[in-house]
Design a protein around this ligand. Structure first.
Ligand SMILES: C[S@@+](CC[C@H](N)C(=O)[O-])C[C@H]1O[C@@H](n2cnc3c(N)ncnc32)[C@H](O)[C@@H]1O
Length: 296
């Protein structure tokens, strides 16, 4: 398979995470995706093995075939990352989170993540889960829709958009990403429609976060990760918007601060960001922030 997602800030992570190559170590890649970061670490550190966690079985299978050559040094686990740590019993020298979804989801999954495509509104990472984007768009009360678009999309036209969605769905159900994008485009002022980002960007992000409970899992997963880091082990988190970055920053501060357990040391006082060159070459890296802590 040809990967479509280019791993974000991969060289920065590799350069900033010292791995002891004299002894075997375990890395947990909590957001395996197509396995870009994992591949780089397996290639660079011959005694390292990786457990790759992802809830999306389809993308995980792509990583499994990509990483086949590493044999028993790589193991895939199909789980939400917060649930994973409840059952995991070992310790890791490095744990990585590369939050959100992958280029694969927008380009190839056919699950309606992209407002540029005409696909059924699904947006589930776990295709066995009950809640789909169709349910959110067609069955949530107008007020709840507006609130979630505001909260998870930071969309200032959330009320107008929710109102337009409810008006249209009263005529017939909204079934596709294209239909939804069209309704959103018609609900916002013209200047916004022709603005810097597509007018549906924030609403699509909000619906996806709701469907997968993305923000609700971060804190629990990071608590689990810190618990399962070996002494002097590293934890790195890449986030892509302030809603993701905020809980990461606060949890790290809480753990490192004098009122907290003081079980980690913050390595990146200010988050690292991609170089101009990476941003020019890889649009997925835009707005990425990398935070690293060390267990003490
Ligand atoms: C940004 S992509 C990771 C890309 C990967 N680092 C690479 O280089 O190919 C994030 C991945 O995490 C998965 N994911 C998102 N939230 C998750 C969660 N709460 N639990 C498990 N997997 C999750 C998504 O399915 C997606 O494949």
């Amino acid at each position: 398979m040809q990967p479509v997602h280019y791993p974000v800030m991969a060289r920065d992570i590799l350069a900033n995470i010292p791995i002891d190559d004299t002894r075997p170590g375990v890395m947990i890649d909590c957001t395996l995706g197509e396995g870009g970061h994992t591949e780089l670490f397996l290639e660079s550190h011959p005694k390292l093995s990786v457990i790759g966690v992802d809830r999306d079985r389809t993308i995980q299978n792509r990583a499994v075939s990509r990483l086949e050559a590493f044999g028993s040094r790589f193991k895939a686990v199909n789980s939400w990352y917060d649930d994973f740590f409840e059952d995991f019993e070992g310790e890791a020298c490095f744990i990585l989170f590369d939050l959100g979804i992958s280029t694969y989801h927008f380009e190839l999954s056919q699950r309606g993540f992209s407002f540029l495509k005409d696909e059924e509104l699904d947006m589930r990472l776990d295709v066995d889960a009950d809640l789909t984007a169709f349910d959110v768009v067609n069955h949530y009360r107008e007020e709840d829709l507006a609130d979630l678009i505001y909260k998870y999309g930071e969309e200032r036209y959330s009320r107008r958009i929710a109102q337009a969605i409810c008006r249209e769905r009263a005529k017939e159900p909204i079934r596709t990403s294209k239909a939804l994008a069209y309704i959103i485009g018609g609900a916002v002022p013209v200047e916004y429609r022709n603005g810097r980002i597509h007018p549906a960007t924030r609403t699509f992000q909000a619906i996806r976060i709701e469907v997968n409970n993305e923000l609700g899992r971060i804190e629990r997963a990071l608590e689990g990760a810190i618990r399962h880091l070996e002494k002097n082990g590293y934890l790195a988190v890449i986030s892509f918007h302030s809603l993701e970055d905020r809980p990461v920053k606060w949890l790290f501060r809480k753990h490192a601060g004098s009122d907290g357990p003081q079980d980690i040391r913050i390595i990146t006082r200010h988050p690292l960001e991609p170089s101009e060159q990476e941003m020019a070459e890889n649009s997925a890296s835009h707005s990425a922030k990398l935070r690293i802590v060390q267990k003490i």
